[in-house]
Design a protein around this ligand. Structure first.
Ligand code: MGD
Ligand code: MGD
Ligand code: MO
Length: 868
């Protein structure tokens, strides 16, 4: 046995002993899968020299990063992982280094709890069988033929008897089979979408190039925690700006890890009350005439009565609302402080600083907009940012970082992969959204008559009550949902674990005739399903071009054969298609290999001039022959072989390159010549189209200017008597932040990561003491919607009255007590309809007490969900 192989195996043994893993886990990890042949050390030693290979291995999850992962494959077995070492690291040209999760990927791919065989719930029968047993029934291993026959027959039966509208889901195959109901709304970006569209024409959706951040004197990060939520290079980039002299201010209800590593100043603010804080900052600026009046007059509408958009009531201007001219309530720091908890003096200092420090970057995450009626936060944030005039200039900007889709660098795309050539498959029941796009930033057009489906938050009610709110003012329409169809490719499910109200979700799951999923592990949705199809991970597929980072693309390769009986989603679709009387060749006219080839052949890289693009990859006739694909030879900057071998193409950067982008420079210089895609062509502080659009959804209303209205389940609702400050039944505000252990629910099953990032419930020390609680106690956390138990961490880092729990833990619900042991946040967060259908997670209220009925073992020691 070679040294490193021995080391790798020793490492496993120590880990095993340390974590006390189950016997089953040890077997599967020590003799991974597909090979399952034991490595004969002598034979292996002879072969090893030639059979070691570093392969570029995908890391495909929805974490916001796109990093380079390499796997060392020895005799078919992955023994080690590493990350980017393709070039030396520097701040200008950083390596694309993976995080602790990406580097744990082999524990996911080859974990003992990987799904190995198709399986069926024992008491499921076409039509549902014993539906109430979902989530607690036994599993039966079945053959692929049986699984595919059952799934196809049930899909056919439901379609023929009840119609496509009784199927909830969308997938390439399903869309060819008549489609299904779609869940729309905004899960990821909270309320940001429609305000961005209507107030800015999507202008503030993009940031200046990362190298330009170094020119900022001040960076305000609102509700932003990149050291946990942007684990690739973004925090590193922000650190470079700090080193170049930028002061950093973070606004958050907790002293987050990012406050500790990046911030110079911390501004506390209660969840869901940011609008009040922002209005008070505006008040201070107006009172002291600190706003950039020239910018406001030239580039915005609605700030004061003299600059209103056409048709708007002059009294409805922002300035007079802040001053309280007509409503008699000046939005002073004292007024705000009672709501947001920030000291009035601190509000004044903060306002003074942002108004007088130039250039400043004023950026927000999604979290404060993941609140009830979250649009008001977006309005207030943009308005106050614009009041400082920091738009269209170097080192300046007012924007929301699109965390989930890229590395949050800003700037333009310097290199990108081409189209796969796979034609889109439009869902006939929801023609707006083509299958395949992640819906984080999409929301249904509220006037769309063709949209069949409901907001995320209304899904379970739709199943249970047979009606949902339709778009285009159609009011409630009847429905009869019979099937939940989750046979699709990878992430983006947003069910149970990841969507509000798990408890109601389980009831809904237990009502339908069939729940079909494909998955790589028995995640929460699959646990409550009837038939689960084992999918291959990206490591077992042909490879893909992964995009998102504007400066680099990652080209992955196949790392291993499919383990056990796992099959690709495409294979499942093709097999099901045959059984449904569809032509698989029409659904997948080109092979996976051809798709990869097309992406590479179409890849474009920016030229030195910073304007034009050229082909990235050199392809020879021999390449085309070797790959067995169709294509034409072409000339580019890197050979196909080299790119695949290297696994990454990154555009080198330096401060004097021509790639720097200053967002909105032209617009600010001459707004008439370069109008924005808004009604007025300017930035809209008063925005009637926003009000109208939100009203069209029929959930909550929003004023055309930023106003503070207490959200449902916000701070005010923690009181029984607001005036006398008497606390009510649910006295604490819960935030459900994104957590280092995992990417949403993905990776939550990895014992090593569980050990490194405990799923603790955080509370302010004084609050805990007042309740007689100690650090490490097991506590029961209850909301109107559900309850869970977790170990308590007391910390002065939490604002008093605020508690927090990382989102994504795999719900582990005790059927007898209804208590979730894992700390799955959506057990606590209720499904409430708001605005554009955004999920209002960060406005949730709870109560907390000591829990004595059970000793809670660390979840790193829990039994894994291993079925076969
Ligand atoms: N490790 C990890 N990283 C991830 C992900 C993951 O699952 N795990 N998911 C990725 C995805 S898809 C997304 S959308 C992004 C999400 O990125 P964000 O939305 O930025 O992430 P959160 O962790 O929800 O919130 C960030 C900070 O906001 C604070 N916060 C919460 N509510 C409020 C509020 O009302 N007001 C204020 N001022 N602050 C508040 C929280 O305390 C937290 O410190 O993260 C991405 N990155
Ligand atoms: N309370 C609360 N809830 C939240 C949030 C919050 O802040 N608070 N954040 C929300 C946000 S921003 C987002 S983006 C959503 C994300 O919500 P989801 O998209 O639902 O989350 P994931 O956990 O990424 O879901 C991935 C699913 O795909 C499966 N999977 C992974 N890899 C593969 C594969 O290769 N093949 C197949 N077939 N399946 C695979 C996993 O097992 C898992 O079931 O969560 C949201 N939920
Ligand atoms: Mo997200």
């Amino acid at each position: 046995m070679s040294n490193f192989l021995k080391k790798a195996m020793d490492h496993r043994m120590t880990r095993k002993a340390f974590l006390g893993w189950s016997a089953a886990l040890t077997t599967a990890v020590a003799a991974p899968s597909y090979g399952l042949k034991k490595i004969d050390s002598k034979v292996a030693a002879a072969k090893l020299e030639t059979e070691e290979k570093w392969v570029t291995a995908a890391c495909w999850h929805n974490c916001g990063g796109r990093c380079l992962n390499k796997a060392l494959v020895v005799d078919g077995v992955v023994v080690r992982q590493k990350t980017d070492d393709t070039h030396p690291d520097s701040p200008d040209y950083p390596q694309q280094r993976g995080c602790h999760r990406g580097r744990s990927q082999r524990h996911q791919v080859f974990g003992a709890d990987r799904l190995k065989y198709p399986m069926k719930r024992k008491h499921w029968a076409p039509g549902g069988g014993k539906k109430e047993l979902r989530g607690r029934d036994e599993w039966v291993r079945i053959s692929w033929d049986e699984a595919l026959d059952l799934v196809a027959a049930e899909l056919k039966r439901i379609k023929e008897k009840h119609g496509n509208q009784s199927i909830l889901g969308t997938s390439r195959l399903l869309n060819f089979y008549g489609g299904g109901l779609v869940r729309w709304g905004s899960s990821s970006s909270g309320a940001w979408g429609v305000p961005q569209e209507c107030m800015t024409g999507f202008f503030s959706w993009a940031a200046n190039d990362r190298l330009d951040w170094r020119n900022a004197k001040l960076i305000v990060m609102w509700g932003s925690n990149p050291t946990r939520t942007n684990l690739g290079n973004p925090s590193y980039n922000i650190l470079q700006a700090k080193k170049s002299g930028a002061k950093i201010i973070i606004v958050d209800p907790s002293i987050s890890p990012s406050v500790k590593t990046l911030a110079d100043t911390f501004i506390p603010c209660r969840p869901g009350t940011d609008t009040a804080l922002l209005l008070a900052m505006a008040y201070h600026m107006i009172e002291n005439n600190l706003q950039d009046q020239d910018f406001l007059d030239r580039c915005t509408v609605g700030f004061d009565k003299n600059h209103m958009p056409e048709g708007a009531e002059p009294k409805e201007n922002f300035k007079d609302y802040v001053l309280g001219t007509y409503d008699g309530i000046p939005k002073t720091p004292e007024w705000a402080s009672e709501i947001c908890g920030t000291a009035p003096e601190l509000i004044r200092e903060f306002a003074q600083e942002i108004a007088t420090t130039k250039p400043m970057i004023f950026m927000s995450s999604f979290a404060p907009a993941r609140t009830y009626r979250g649009q008001q936060y977006c309005q207030a944030f943009l308005t106050v940012g614009w009041m400082t005039g920091n738009v269209g200039k170097s080192g300046a900007g007012v924007w929301t970082m699109p965390y989930a889709s890229n590395q949050s660098y800003g700037g333009k795309s310097l290199v990108s992969g081409g189209d796969t050539g796979l034609p889109p498959a439009v869902n006939p029941l929801f023609p707006d959204a083509t299958y395949g796009a992640y819906d984080g930033y999409r929301w249904a057009n509220p006037t769309n008559l063709e949209a069949h489906g409901m907001a995320y938050c209304e899904t379970y009610d739709a199943i249970l009550n047979n009606e949902y709110t339709a778009t285009a003012g159609r009011g409630k329409v009847p429905c009869d949902i019979r099937m939940i169809w989750l046979v699709r490719d990878g992430s983006g499910y947003n069910y149970l674990n990841q969507s509000s109200d798990v408890m109601k979700g389980i009831k809904a799951f237990r009502k339908v005739d069939a729940v079909i999923t494909n998955d790589i592990v028995l995640s929460t949705i699959s646990k409550y399903a009837d038939i689960v199809l084992p999918a291959t991970t990206e490591w077992e597929k042909e490879g893909k071009v992964f995009q998102g980072n504007p400066e680099a693309i990652i080209v992955t390769s196949k790392v291993s054969k499919p383990i056990f009986e796992a099959r690709s989603e495409e294979w499942m679709d093709r097999e099901l298609a045959k059984r449904l009387g569809l032509n698989p060749e029409k659904i997948y006219p080109i092979s996976e290999k051809q798709q990869l080839f097309n992406s590479l052949a179409g890849a474009q890289v920016i030229k030195k001039d910073g304007i034009n693009y050229e082909s990235l990859v050199t392809i020879s006739q021999k390449d085309i022959k070797d790959w067995g694909v169709q294509g034409k030879p072409q000339k580019g900057k890197i050979s196909l072989e080299k790119l695949v071998e290297q696994g990454v193409y990154q555009v080198p950067r330096s401060p004097d390159d021509h790639f720097t982008v200053i967002q909105g420079e032209d617009f600010v210089k001459d707004p008439k010549a370069h109008p924005l895609a808004t009604k007025s062509g300017k930035l809209e502080i008063h925005c009637q189209s926003l009000t109208d659009k939100i009203a069209a959804y029929g959930f909550t209303t929003i004023s055309p200017i930023a106003k503070y209205e207490p959200p449902l389940d916000g701070y005010e609702d923690t009181f029984e008597n607001w005036k006398n400050k008497v606390k009510g039944e649910y006295p604490f505000q819960l935030v459900t932040m994104h957590y280092g252990r995992r990417s949403h629910s993905v990776f939550d099953n990895i014992p090593q990561l569980r050990e490194a990032y405990p799923q603790d419930f955080w509370m302010n020390t004084r609050d805990g003491k007042a309740l007689g609680l100690n650090d490490g106690d097991t506590v029961l956390i209850e909301s109107r919607y559900g309850k869970c138990i977790r170990p308590l961490t007391l910390s002065e880092c939490m604002m008093p009255g605020v508690v927090s729990l990382g989102e994504g833990a795999w719900a582990e619900i005790d059927e007898k007590t209804g208590i979730d042991k894992a700390g799955a946040t959506n057990v606590l967060c209720g499904a409430r309809l708001s605005g554009q259908g955004e999920e209002p997670w960060n406005t949730t209220i709870v109560r907390v007490k000591k829990y004595k009925d059970e000793e809670l073992k660390p979840d790193a020691e829990w039994e894994q969900r291993i079925i076969f």
